[in-house]
Design a protein. Structure first.
Lengths: 116, 112
């Protein structure tokens, strides 16, 4: 069964450092999402891509976060500089479109970030 | 986005049916009801979704009331591995870019 891949699974960094997370969606999935999940809360959407274009980044803190999906396949989420409050699980999800209908989102295992 | 209301926590005995309720009284006509679950330290796992009709798959059944203001997820024979946080989400499907807005979910504990 195809899965969304994410790396690294765990990342520890010091505040003010830069971090990057990578996501490889399920093959053929045009839509890719990055979510952030703070401990004890549900995931929150940060950014949504349709192919290589950003569809929604209204909740992305653009002063320090950036996301790209240059070839419309895999994606990178970057934080620079990291702050203590960025400690969270970062989840990637993807979905396909079939006959103009968006299909279900499938999530990867996540990257757990700890900022010291 | 429509909001959902779920109980904070529920318990269920192993082998029994787990019935998880969800209220979504402000759901719009084009919004689907999705259920995901999240086992500790893993990514959310898709369970089932529906628009109007009841749905069943290998994992669960989804019962949606006729007025669509509430639904129930049924795990017919709960096992210890079903212990997780269960999220009920309403989201535009079909031709819309359906982002998922997660709430707090229901912590389901299955005990021996």
């Amino acid at each position: 069964e195809a899965e969304v891949a994410q790396s690294p699974r765990y990342k520890i960094t010091e505040k003010s450092q830069a971090v990057a997370f990578w996501c490889d969606p399920i093959s053929g999935h045009a839509t890719l999402y990055w979510y952030r999940q703070i401990l004890g809360q549900g995931p929150e959407l940060l950014v949504q891509f349709q192919d290589e274009s950003v569809v929604d980044d209204s909740q992305l803190p653009k002063d320090r976060f950036s996301a790209e999906r240059l070839k419309g396949v895999d994606s990178t989420l970057k934080i620079q500089p990291a702050e203590l409050g960025d400690s969270a699980m970062y989840l990637c999800a993807s979905s396909s479109w079939i006959a103009g209908i968006q299909e279900t989102q499938y999530f990867g295992p996540g990257t757990r970030l700890l900022v010291l | 986005d429509a909001k959902t209301t779920q109980p904070t926590s529920m318990d269920c005995a192993e082998g029994r049916a787990a019935n998880l309720p969800c209220n979504h009284s402000t759901i719009s006509g084009n919004e689907y009801v999705y259920w995901y679950r999240q086992i500790h330290s893993q990514g959310p796992q898709y369970i089932i979704h529906g628009l109007k009709n009841n749905e069943t798959n290998e994992m669960a059944s989804l019962i949606i009331t006729e007025d669509r203001k509430s639904s129930t997820l049924i795990l017919p024979h709960a096992t210890l591995r079903d212990t997780a946080v269960y999220y009920c989400i309403v989201s535009p499907g079909g031709t819309s870019y359906g982002k998922l807005t997660f709430g707090q979910g229901t912590i389901l504990t299955v005990h021996p």
